[in-house]
Ligand binder design. Structure first.
Ligand SMILES: Nc1ncnc2c1ncn2[C@@H]1O[C@H](COP(=O)(O)OP(=O)(O)OP(=O)(O)O)[C@@H](O)[C@H]1O
Length: 251
């Protein structure tokens, strides 16, 4: 099963350094890791740097990868929709990225399975331009999943989804990662989602890693005050799970 760690990772846009010295422990396949932090902290930049879409100092360590399979896939926050394609065509194109254009039955069955798992089969032959924001986000998730990577970097994948879809997609991702051994890193603003679905959490602020570790240790009232500038309580809900309750912002 794959493991990934980063060492002293950094990134610049032009001359401006926006990420520096990010080092993590080994993040194991089969688990979900939340990447959290305020707006403009550097979460997307970290993902792009790990995926090799931008260059910079530091190293990405991968171990126990499977030869022949795609290793790292980045699902961006905003997906430029090519309105000419249908949903099905766009997912097929994602599946064929970097390989021959010959399509096998098994690949079509896999696309059907993923569209069904995300409950978007009914959209298959709609053009991308006709979709709502949430529907487009579900299609982006399908495009990432069909590539079956060993490490999946998901940039705020539930930001446009309604509550039912958020819970369904995150539950599905958790089940998929533990079943397939995929390592999922997921940028989130909803800390209750991080607490519920992610074993590990990495906190990024001002282009640096503040802390990382087991989610319940990392997400604390102090972190919410110091990094997010909100007064908040973390309490056990009636089911015994920790939940974040925000009281007010700190001016
Ligand atoms: N293509 C770019 N060119 C120049 N600067 C960029 C570019 N992309 C991002 N930045 C800058 O890098 C910094 C980090 O941005 P990034 O998108 O990584 O933040 P983020 O933590 O993902 O934020 P958010 O939660 O708002 O999505 C910001 O100051 C942003 O303005």
């Amino acid at each position: 099963m794959v493991s990934i760690a980063v060492e002293q990772l950094g990134a610049k846009y032009g001359k401006q350094t926006v990420l520096a010295n990010v080092t993590t422990g080994m993040l194991k396949g089969g688990s979900m890791t939340a990447v959290i932090g305020p707006n403009a902290a550097g979460k997307s930049t970290l993902f792009k740097r790990i995926a090799g879409l931008i260059s910079g100092p530091g190293l990405v360590h991968l171990s126990d990868t499977v030869k022949g399979s795609e290793t790292i896939c980045y699902m961006p926050q905003d997906t430029g929709a090519n309105a000419v394609l249908t949903v099905y065509e766009s997912v097929l194109l994602a599946a064929k990225q970097g390989s021959s254009l010959k399509v096998h039955d098994s690949e079509l069955r896999e696309i059907d399975r993923i569209l069904a798992a995300l409950r978007i089969q009914a959209l298959a032959f709609k053009s991308l331009g006709e979709l709502s924001g949430g529907q487009r986000q579900l299609v982006s998730i399908a495009q990432a999943l069909v590539r079956n990577p060993e490490v999946l970097l998901m940039d705020e994948p539930t930001s446009a989804l309604d509550l039912f879809r958020q819970v369904e997609v995150l539950g599905f991702m958790k089940e998929l990662s533990s079943r397939s051994g995929m390592a999922v890193l997921i940028a989130l603003h909803d800390l209750n989602h991080a607490l519920r679905y992610c074993e590990q959490t990495i906190v990024i602020a001002d282009g640096a890693m503040i802390v990382s570790g087991p989610t319940e240790d990392v997400i604390s009232e102090d972190l919410l005050r110091d990094v997010y500038r909100v007064n908040a309580r973390i309490e056990a809900c009636s089911k015994g799970r920790p939940i974040v309750i925000i009281d007010d912002s700190i001016l």
